[in-house]
Design a protein around this ligand. Structure first.
Ligand code: PLP
Length: 393
């Protein structure tokens, strides 16, 4: 089908909930994509941080195919090997004690919130269910995770929202202390706010929050849906912040493109959710888990070191453009935010796309780059060449 045919079907039959780019992606290899008209793009998006292994990864595709030919799905009422294996890789590598598997980021965060509230209820009784989150955060699109998201424009239309969320200024302990109270059970945050604009939290602040949580027996809930699974150059970003969460969520990158997510809990929290408390029909699907095993096997120390190196290389390359449109460069590993000035960030994204580079936007003025973790130096150079052409003075 041509782009126009695809678009016509979409516009006639699909709820128009996305501001889609005028491109229909057809296929790809590594970090290079092609649209239905045969135009080539370097991909700095990974489908919003999902396709960690890029496109048409043979080991990944073979694992999914092989599992599909054995058993593609069976419910959580039975054990399966890919599921148990994936858990046995994630738990020790994260320093946590047990994992729950679901399907998406929002669902993972919902489960983490349920765990925090049940932990507090069982230990302290009713009236201690409030969760402090951060302004400018993003935690998902369900009724509860919208309310957990600290941005007012997500709190419209869908009333009544889940109660019990309060929003602190990021990197400001006074703000957090001001929201403290006997009704609080947890603090929940991203370590680099992704959708909010690729804003890394300060290490000192994160450690101070962790200390306060330990003192008050508030659970430290870390949303690593975007930052996790190698994106920042370590399995989880918290491993570079010198903290250990009580519960951490992951999703986007874990299965390299299949829907998958979940949360890991430490020893204190691993038995809070018991039979009947939480579940998922699709969670831990064997094909997705098989894909997840390939992703986890790929994330060796050497591979993660390369993610850091490639991230630094890309950041240095952007800085070297000396572009008048760049106000600053932020991020860790291959999660990079470029502050945009003198042009709308969406306009810049569109111009890059025209010239063959796919990028994302975030916040009000940020170009967000989340390339596949397997991107090659050559592909980075090709992407930088497009940026140089579009962003020169
Ligand atoms: C993407 C994202 C989510 C939501 O994930 P979905 O899979 O879209 O539900 C939640 N938290 C963070 C930090 C995210 O980046």
């Amino acid at each position: 089908m041509t782009f126009d045919e695809v678009k016509a079907l979409d516009q006639e039959y699909v709820m128009q909930t996305y501001a889609r780019n005028p491109v229909a992606i057809d296929h790809g290899k590594g970090a290079t994509l092609y649209d239905t008209e045969g135009k080539k793009y370097i991909d700095f998006t990974s489908g919003i941080g999902v396709c960690a292994l890029g496109y048409a990864n043979e080991a990944w595709a073979k694992a999914i195919y092989d599992q599909a030919m054995k058993v593609g799905h069976i419910s959580n009422l039975y054990y399966t090997e890919p599921y148990a294996k994936l858990a046995s890789k994630l738990v020790p590598a994260s320093g946590m004690s047990a994992v729950f598997f679901g399907n998406s980021g929002a669902e993972a965060n919902e489960g983490m919130i349920k765990l925090a509230r049940k932990y507090s209820f069982e230990k302290y009784g009713e009236g201690r269910a409030a969760i402090i989150t951060l302004r400018n955060s993003f935690h998902g699109r369900t009724i509860t995770t919208l309310k957990a998201t600290g941005q007012d424009h997500f709190h419209e239309f869908f009333f009544p929202f889940t109660e019990g969320f309060r929003y602190a200024e990021a990197n400001n302990m006074e703000s957090l202390n001001g929201l403290s109270g006997d009704d609080v059970c947890a603090v929940m945050m991203e370590l680099i706010q992704g959708e909010g604009g690729v804003n890394p939290l300060e290490q000192e602040y994160v450690q101070a929050v962790a200390k306060l949580c330990a003192e008050k027996d508030w659970l430290l809930l870390i949303d690593e849906v975007q930052t996790g699974i190698g994106r920042t150059g370590s399995l989880f970003a918290y491993q570079q912040f010198g903290i250990q969460p009580d519960v951490v969520t992951f999703a986007k990158g874990i299965a390299g493109g299949l829907p998958f997510g979940g949360f890991l809990a430490n020893d204190k929290c691993k038995n809070v959710l018991r039979a009947g408390d939480h579940g998922s029909t699709f969670g831990g699907n064997p094909m997705a888990a098989a894909a997840g095993n390939v992703v986890m096997d790929t994330l060796t120390d050497d591979f993660l070191a390369q993610v850091k190196e490639k991230g630094q290389y890309l950041r240095d390359g952007i800085a070297a453009l000396n572009s008048p449109y760049v106000s600053g460069i932020r991020g860790m590993g291959l999660m990079i935010g470029v502050g945009v000035q003198g042009m709308e960030h969406k306009e810049l994204k569109n111009r890059l796309m025209d010239k063959g580079l796919l990028a994302l936007t975030a916040g009000k003025d940020t170009l967000r780059l989340l390339p596949p973790l397997v991107i090659s130096k050559d592909e980075i150079d090709e992407g930088l060449a497009v940026m140089a052409e579009v962003m020169k003075a």
